[in-house]
Design a protein around this ligand. Sequence first.
Ligand SMILES: [Zn+2]
Length: 389
Amino acid sequence: MDNREGSGAAAQVDAGKGSGSSSPDSDDVRRGHLDAIKRMEFLRNLFCQTLGLGSEKPEKVLDELTLDGVSRFLLSEKCKKGVCMLQASQISVPTGHGSLYTNLATVQPTCLPQAIFEISYSFKQHPEPFFALARELYPGQFKPTVCHYFIRLLKEKGLLLRCYTQNIDTLERVAGLDQEDLVEAHGTFFTSHCVSSSCQKSYSLDWMKEKIFSSLIPKCEKCQSVVKPDIVFFGESLPSRFFSLTQSDFRNVDLLIIMGTSLQVQPFASLVSRVPTNTPRLLINKEKTGESEPLMALMGFGCGMDFDSEKAYRDVAWLGDCDEGCLALAELLGWKDELEKLVREEHAAIDAKSSQAVGDGASASGAPAKEAKQSLSAKKKSPPGGKEN
Ligand SMILES: [Zn+2]
C-alpha cells in the first residue's frame, strides 16, 4: 500500500495552489496543511537520514511471504549471501547437555550476582566464584543442534556470509564453522587470554578445561596473572570484530535469517534494521518478535519487523522450535536428507570420541562423573594459541 501519503498530499496541495480558484479561508487552511505536511516530510527525512531508513519504495524480492517464498529466494540467483543470527537461549538447550555455558550466557546480563562477571573489580581480585560456577555449569558434551548444522550447510553451499551468535559455548565451531564464518558477539570459551594487558598470552580450550576441573585458578604460565576465557564480561567492550564486520556485513547481505532470539538484548536487537530495505528477513523463533513500536509503524517508519500488516513486504516468521524450522526449510530447499545425514554422522563421531575419552581415563583429572563423559576432542580445531579478536 501507499506509505507516502505525506508526499502525495503535498503534491495535491501544491497543484491546488496553482489553480487560484479558492477562497482566502481555504487558502489559510491549505497553508496550514502544507506546513504540517512539510514538517512531517522534514521529520521523515530526518529519521530516514539519521536512522538510515530507506526513503525509496522498497523492492519486493520474495514472491510470497512464507517459508516457501524464502526457500525459492535462497535457491535463486538473487540470493548470493545470507547472514544468520543466533542467540543461546533457544538454540543450544535442546542438546540437553550444553546448557552450562549457555546458562552463563543467558543469565549473565541480569540475574547472576553481577560481580562475578565484573572484570574491573571482582574477577581480577576474586576469580574463584567465576571458575566455581564454570565448573558447575560445564557441559557434559559439546553437541551442536540441527540448527547449527543447517548453518554449516549454508556455508558449504556458499550461501553463508556470516553467522552472528550470542552463544559462548563454541557449538558453532564444533559444527564446522570457522573463525572467519563467525562473529561471537559475547565472546567465546574457545580461547582464553591472560588478563595482564602487557602479557595477554593466549590459551586453548583444553588448557582452560583442565584448570577448571583441577579446581585451580588458571594462572598465566608467563606472568602468573589470572587467565580468563574470552567471554565478554561486564565492563568489557564487545569484540572489535563485531563492530568492524557489522559495518560491512549488514549493508551487503541478501537475506537475514534470525533464529532463536527474542531480539530484546542488544546488540542483536538493533542489527535487524541495518540491512537494506529490500533484504528479506526470516525469523525462526517460538514467537514473533522485533516488530516496530506501534507509533513508529503508524508513521511509516519500518525499522522493526513487519510480518502481518498490509504493508508487510519482506518479513517472514516461522513459529516453533529452531531445529524444526531449519528442518522444514531444508526440506523445501531439497537438503533435508543431506542435513539429517550430516547430523547423524557428526553426532555419532562426537559420541564415539566421548566414550573413547572415558575409556582413556578422562576422569583422572578429578572431574565429577558427569563431566568425565565430555569430549573436548569433539571440536574441529584446536590451535594451541587460537587467536581471537
Ligand atoms: Zn600473562
